[in-house]
Design a protein around this ligand. Sequence first.
Ligand code: NJP
Length: 237
Amino acid sequence: KDQIAIITGASRGIGREIAQQFSKENTKLSLVGSSEEIHKTAGELKENGFEHVISIQADVSKEDDVKKIVDETLSAYGRIDILVNNAGVGFFKPTEEVTAAEWKNIFDVNVQGVFLCSKAVLPHMKEQKFGTIITISSDVARYTIPNGSAYVATKYAVQGFCGSLAQEVREYGIRVGTINPGMVDTYFADSQQGLPEKEDWLKVEDIAKSVIYMASAPKHMLIDEIKIHPFAQDYPI
Ligand code: NJP
């Protein structure tokens, strides 16, 4: 039967591509972004003939907004099968230049957002004894880099959260996994998608395909982590 998925951070970058690829699988979509741009992603899918999409302008770091995401998804489709925690922000600079407000904001979106969205879908997934929660984490959840202390700390936190959650909800038939990419050509950290200097980086399609793969694994199978690097990127093993 057709699946129902919430995708956070679908206004652009990786999330927008995940939405496009899910639409090809006929997965019914609830797309979330904090700006009005989110309605554009849904509009593009509709223009291409895909009807089963709603867009919700909501900030994943705010509990009331997350309640709205779940309420509107349930009233549109009656069920939630898949949550893709993709919304995230990043910046890179020496630690002494990071303000307390920047530190708080990156944790609010990257960590609290993943916690709030996951928590909000759990009662529904538990009741139906089925569900998949996929979080776009990062390869820096497995090693550290200079000038990335805040971002790296959020992704270590997300990895710990998802690992614990995976064990906690297994008995309810809920699968929890992370996708841990290296550098992806998106708008991330105030960049632009498609810049020539990012030609060797991963493409949004590479990440979206792995989300589809993880989400479409048969019920007896759990893919709990996928690490993907650009071939050209150095990374500690
Ligand atoms: O970034 P970008 P990516 N509530 O900036 C949304 C991880 N990752 O696609 O809010 C709800 O193009 C924002 O929409 P809007 C990264 O950590 C990336 O690369 O409307 N949504 C936009 O759709 C992140 O978890 C790389 O402006 C919020 C989206 O998030 C994920 O990949 C490497 C929001 C960001 O799109 C997707 O990032 C890596 C909020 N509060 C991991 N705040 C990489 N690109 O190199 C933002 O290892 N959004």
